[in-house]
Write a protein that binds this ligand. Structure first.
Ligand code: OOG
Ligand code: NI
Length: 459
């Protein structure tokens, strides 16, 4: 008798608890949710095709509960502990993102569920960044930061014990799950009381605002929670109309008929009062940590599609960066080279798809099947390609989100030094390659539709 609840259940509970806590901590988050709900309802009401597509893929059910969050940690031990905790929620590290190239001294992964059913049950993800202490140039400050981090424990002993118990026993029962969720929630809570004195905080801040944010506090406060919108341009306009300080540029691809990958925008981090440790314990300071973000998700791109995306994005940015007024126009211009028609995207192998039989396809299957391959059947109207949603993140966009929340921070340049091996050693596990996930899902879908139509795949 195990009486275990599912990892999906634990994840959904945690996601709900975190959302409730963040609503209390950052009232603007509730406004953001209200905007997104309004925009999503209006978009669905106006677009029957979209409504049908989201209904048949099951995504409509997850939409209202969909969100990702982000945290930043300081040490290998902290990252390893989080991996164990997220594993009990059915979340594994997917994708490696090096942000040093954009002047942000961290590298990151996203903990997320990976199979289709788990994503449908609760798509909650956590973008998790690890500080690169080696990038603090001043050796004294580096040593001080190392010592501060070594002395703190971001996860309670009980949280880790329950996580390890879940791994060993294959799950937790209802009471244990409830206790686990409330223990882990504490790790994500905002603490206005800093671990460091005012002088140390200032030195960390002078090194990099992000370093001060990661090192100065008891733990990795959740820094944003992001709902998913179906129309980010409308949601951005609504944010501005309500006086929110939205980021000037929407990160990611330009607006399109067929949305691809991920578009994101954020509102600026709030300035919050903090208290310092030490002699100046009475001296209050101000710290900007928490902000709001919204996202719109579209088609997951194949390696070929992603290479084209990266090239066109670089083209639009290379000319004059991404901050000037001409950027949106340059981006739109560059992306005229990216097909914007579902059948063409499928035919050219630019995205990942599942496949459904059309009524004509059902009829053909019923009368013994047909010869050929999927691309022919799509052209013949027997098979319909269904876009797979991109479930991951984009490094250039993530860097833009980080930067817009670093205030007037002048951009530093760190030598680009992606090091997935170093990150994995800290994590204590390999990172899953997102492309491999989409590829195997698509292979399954192709095999299923091929079996249904009785053909032979020749390509
Ligand atoms: C994470 C920023 C990146 C995203 O959605 O790309 C991010 C952070 O600020 O910690 O959340
Ligand atoms: Ni985010």
């Amino acid at each position: 008798m195990t009486g275990h609840v599912s990892a999906d259940h634990i994840r959904a509970r945690f996601s709900d608890a975190l959302s409730a806590m963040y609503r209390q901590e950052v009232p603007l988050y509730a406004d953001l949710i209200a905007i997104v709900e309004e925009v999503n309802a209006a978009t669905l009401a106006a677009d029957a095709g979209l409504r049908d597509a989201l209904t048949s893929s099951g995504e409509i059910a997850r939409l209202g509960a969909e969100r990702h969050g982000a945290i930043r940690v300081g040490t290998a031990e902290e990252l390893d502990g989080l991996r164990r905790v997220f594993a009990a929620m059915g979340m594994v590290p997917v994708g490696y993102y090096d942000l040093t190239v954009a002047g942000v001294p961290v590298h990151s992964t996203a903990f997320r569920p990976i199979d289709e059913e788990a994503l449908r049950a609760c798509p909650f993800r956590v973008f998790t960044s690890l500080l690169r202490l080696d990038l603090i140039a001043d050796p004294d400050l580096r040593e001080a930061a190392t010592a501060i981090l070594a002395a703190r424990r971001i996860l309670s002993a009980r949280a880790l014990e329950l996580a390890d118990q879940a791994a060993a026993a294959g799950g937790l029962n209802e009471a244990e799950a409830a206790e686990f969720v409330s223990e882990v929630l504490e790790t994500f809570r905002w603490h206005a009381q800093a671990l460091v004195d005012a002088e140390t905080y200032q030195r960390l801040l002078a090194s990099h605002r992000l370093i001060a944010d990661i090192v100065s506090f008891k733990g990795p406060h959740i820094n944003h929670l992001t709902p998913r919108t179906l129309d980010i341009d409308a949601a951005q306009a609504a944010m501005l109309a309500r006086g929110m300080q939205a980021k000037a540029v929407i990160e990611g691809p330009p607006p399109r008929k067929v949305p691809i990958l991920l578009r994101q925008t954020s509102f600026n981090a709030l300035s919050e009062t903090i208290r310092f440790a030490g002699d100046q314990a009475d001296a209050a300071g101000a710290h900007t940590a928490r902000f709001g973000e919204i996202e719109q998700r579209g088609l997951a791109l194949s390696r070929k599609g992603r290479a084209l995306y990266d090239a066109l994005l670089a083209q639009a940015r290379n000319e004059a960066g991404a901050q000037d007024e001409g950027y949106a126009a340059r981006l739109a211009q560059a992306f005229t080279a990216f097909p914007d028609d579902l059948a063409q995207l499928a035919r050219e192998g630019l995205g990942f798809f599942r496949y459904a039989l059309t009524p004509a396809g059902e009829a053909a299957a019923g009368s013994g099947g047909v010869e050929g391959q999927i691309e022919d059947w799509i052209a013949q109207g027997l098979v319909q390609p269904i876009p797979m949603t991109y479930e991951d993140f984009l490094p250039v966009s993530a860097a833009g989100i980080f930067q817009s929340n670093l205030g007037g921070e002048k951009q530093r340049v760190y030598a680009g030094n992606a090091s997935q091996a170093v990150f994995e050693a800290a994590l204590g596990a390999p990172i899953v390659d997102p492309f491999a996930l989409y590829e195997s899902e698509e292979a399954r879908a192709r095999a299923a539709v091929t079996a249904a139509l009785g053909g032979t795949v020749t390509a």
